[in-house]
Design a protein around this ligand. Structure first.
Ligand code: CA
Length: 728
């Protein structure tokens, strides 16, 4: 097959540098080239992306643009996409992975860190792998027991398990080759992100910054699982050396950005790298997207002092050694859970008439960043959503945000309703970049959140649950119908086509609810996205015109990929609700509350005629709250415990989102002993509902029961439609 070049911009080599790029056979291969077997099993597929037959990594190639050169499907025929095959999956939890396809075999990870392999064209199951993560690990997962994908490399593939194991599997059989524990399992760490493979090393980070951990990324030998290097993204608790690649930069500069008095010394400081780890093949360096601080509250975390490197930063490291090269901190002195973990895209853009290697980033804080990859210099930062109120913009000379002083609630002592909130203007849902249009397609959203200083939480630092130094109880909605309706109305989603060259939104599409799926774009001038309301759509990449709208029965959070087998182009994705939003959203889930949650792998092709299985019968849950009991003080105590321990999985005001059980209709609610059996005795621990006996007394559990019964009665009387319990 002829090797063809479809876009010079994708080469990663400016025209002047072509001679250097031709130095080796691998590097002389252009994007768009067909690859032989040896090349597919090497870095070449990840460096070039190949001709689009394969989708070799979750982000397509090292540049993580999620752009396919395939154009067999385009505006003229995308409306004829139908189902080629589907496969129902085991667990009705979030399915966040992007399917990876190499040589006609699809590899995908699932809830509970399970992995499966399929004949990508026929849907024949080739193997399944279950790492058997203990169910009680779920209590340490802020945002569901999800997994965002595998990395395929040579004859192996790699997956990070929720309990901290990095596991190498035989690509052909799914049998374990090696496994290594990447964190102290006694601490509330998790892994939900996809590993990346660079230079015969597997890179993985971790999550846990809501609970209290210290973030880091480790590189392991791909053949043996032995550690090569580690870079910490928050300081050593005693500001001592770790014997890690991060030692020098902490000693010389980063330690000084953390107060010597602060909760970080106990909690670990946060800064976990739970999603974006991107390799720059042009500059041979790695970019880490670093998470929020722990506790969130900068006033308690670092005594209100210092920028706290490397929280909410993009950090560039030498790929071979992990040595620090540069960083850019998007949110200095982070205090709103504004992570910079969101996906990072590498591209080339004309800046002042010259081609510049840039990275694109749209983190939670609502600004779109264009950063010079060689130096870390901020080229531009512009809002990609409306209504941002924590900052008015960025000073491009200093690279710092121009903050609204009201936003630092721990200084003012007053609550601040922030846009965006902790779920972000953009969360983990992958964005994509189309070199032909120059646009970046962002699954954006609006989910406001109140922040309120709460030192007492940390005085009572507990070993289970969130430790954020910010009152989640204070954010619970009051007994006010208008407030509930306002919360629904204020929570929306939007597909944003952002033009980094102008710093403006080129076009956008409004979604009725937040937490929509990731995007993928193609040389067929298409953008694909699933929605939280159960649709799978395609749009014209240049104009945003809707060209496809399929009913998928279930909410969709994952991003699609595309590939070609036997000359046929396919589009693959998973359905399911899941992640942080359906856990915590409560009534703000709006219309998505009633959308079913079906874990399913779906593959489409032009003229596909397969049918989805029959949708689940809609169930009406009996809603007969037991009579209220307890004093006002008891109910208030229950509310405080709920805000502290329960809201993050069971929703504001105990209103479920059709994902985890709606406690207002729990069969245990009317029976104090049964309730206690679940809350304190851990009867449902294998499903992730562990015992809270370490932090709650029997009297606390009873106060919680009084509160949930109170909420069940109040919502039934006041919001019979908007808050009706829905089945899962
Ligand atoms: Ca977080």
């Amino acid at each position: 097959m002829a090797k063809r070049v479809f876009s010079a911009a994708l080469l990663g080599c400016a025209a002047l540098a072509l001679a250097a790029c031709n130095a080796s056979k691998n590097e002389s291969l252009s994007a768009g080239a067909s690859l032989d077997d040896a090349e597919k099993a090497s870095e070449t597929l990840l460096k070039t992306g190949g001709n689009g037959d394969d989708w070799g990594a979750i982000g397509f190639s090292y540049d993580e643009q999620r752009f396919s050169p395939l154009k067999d499907i385009d505006a003229s025929n995308v409306g004829q996409l139908g189902i080629a095959w589907t496969a129902d999956l085991d667990d009705a939890r979030g399915q966040e992975a992007t399917p990876v396809v190499v040589d006609g075999v699809m590899y995908v990870s699932h809830a509970w860190s399970k992995v499966s392999a399929w004949d990508a064209a026929t849907g024949k199951l080739l193997w399944k792998f279950d790492p058997k993560v203990p169910g009680e690990r779920a209590v340490h997962a802020c945002c569901d027991v999800v997994n965002r994908g595998v990395a395929v490399w040579g004859d192996k593939l790699f997956v990070g398990a929720l309990d901290g194991r990095l596991i190498a599997l035989d690509k052909k059989t799914g049998t374990e080759v090696w496994s290594t524990q990447t964190f102290d399992a006694e601490r509330p760490y998790t892994i939900t992100g996809a590993p990346r493979v660079v230079k015969d090393m597997v890179l993985i980070g971790n999550g846990g910054a809501e609970f209290g951990v210290r973030g880091y990324v480790t590189a392991y030998d791909a053949d043996t699982g032995k550690e090569r290097w580690r870079f910490y993204t928050a300081p050593n608790p005693n500001k001592e050396k770790d014997g890690a690649a991060s030692d020098d930069i902490f000693a010389s500069k980063a330690n000084a950005t953390w107060s010597d008095k602060g909760e970080w010394q106990t909690s670990g400081g946060g800064g976990t790298v739970w999603d974006a780890i991107v390799y720059d093949k042009d500059l041979d360096q790695i970019y880490l997207g670093v998470g929020n601080g722990n506790p969130w509250n900068h006033g308690t975390r670092s005594n209100g002092q210092g920028d706290n490197w490397f929280l909410s930063s993009v950090v560039a490291l030498d790929a071979s050694t992990g040595a620090y090269k540069w960083h850019y901190q998007e949110t200095p002195a982070e205090t709103w859970d504004y992570t910079a973990t969101q996906p990072i895209i590498l591209a080339e853009q004309q800046v002042d008439g010259k081609p510049v290697k840039v990275l694109y980033h749209a983190p939670k804080n609502g600004f779109f960043f264009t950063i010079d990859r060689a130096t870390g210099r901020l080229i531009d930062a512009k809002p990609f959503v409306d209504g941002i109120n924590w900052a008015t913009g960025y000073d491009l000379k200093t690279g710092r945000p121009i903050e609204n002083p009201e936003a630092r609630f721990y200084k003012t002592g007053k609550p601040f309703i922030a846009i965006p909130g902790a779920l972000g203007a953009h969360n983990w849902h992958p964005m994509s970049f189309n070199p032909a249009t120059g646009l970046v397609y962002i699954p954006a959203q609006q989910i406001p959140q109140a922040y309120l200083n709460d030192m007492t939480e940390l005085d009572k630092r507990k070993i289970v649950g969130f430790n954020v130094g910010t009152s989640l109880t204070g954010t619970l909605l009051p007994d006010d119908k208008a407030a509930f309706r306002a919360a629904v109305a204020a929570t929306t989603g939007r597909l944003v086509a952002f033009d980094p060259r102008t710093g403006k939104v080129a076009w956008s599409v409004a979604h009725p609810a937040a937490w929509n799926g990731g995007t993928m774009t193609t040389a067929g001038n298409l953008v694909f996205q699933g929605t939280s309301t159960g649709r799978f759509r395609a749009y014209a990449a240049d104009t945003g015109k809707q060209l496809l709208d399929l009913d998928m029965q279930s909410g969709i959070v994952s991003a699609p990929s595309t590939f070609r087998v036997g000359g046929v182009q396919y589009v693959a994705f998973m359905t399911s609700k899941g992640g942080a939003f359906p856990l915590v959203a409560g009534v703000a889930g709006g219309v998505t509350r009633k959308v079913p949650n079906i874990p399913r792998l779906v593959v489409l092709k032009i003229g596909g005629t397969a049918k989805l299985p029959a949708p689940p019968a809609s169930t009406t849950l009996a809603w007969n709250p037991p009579p209220q009991f307890g004093t006002a003080a008891q109910v208030a105590a229950g509310k405080a415990h709920f805000g502290r321990y329960c809201i993050v999985c069971h929703g504001d005001s105990a209103i479920g989102n059709g994902f985890t059980p709606d406690l207002r209709v729990s069969g245990t609610l009317a029976n104090a002993d049964a309730w206690k059996g679940v809350v304190l005795d851990g009867m449902l621990k294998d499903r992730g509902m562990v015992s809270f006996a370490k932090v709650l007394t029997p009297a606390d559990a009873e106060a919680l029961r009084a509160y949930v019964i109170d909420r069940s009665n109040w919502t039934k009387a006041n919001l019979p439609d908007a808050a009706a319990p829905v089945g899962r």
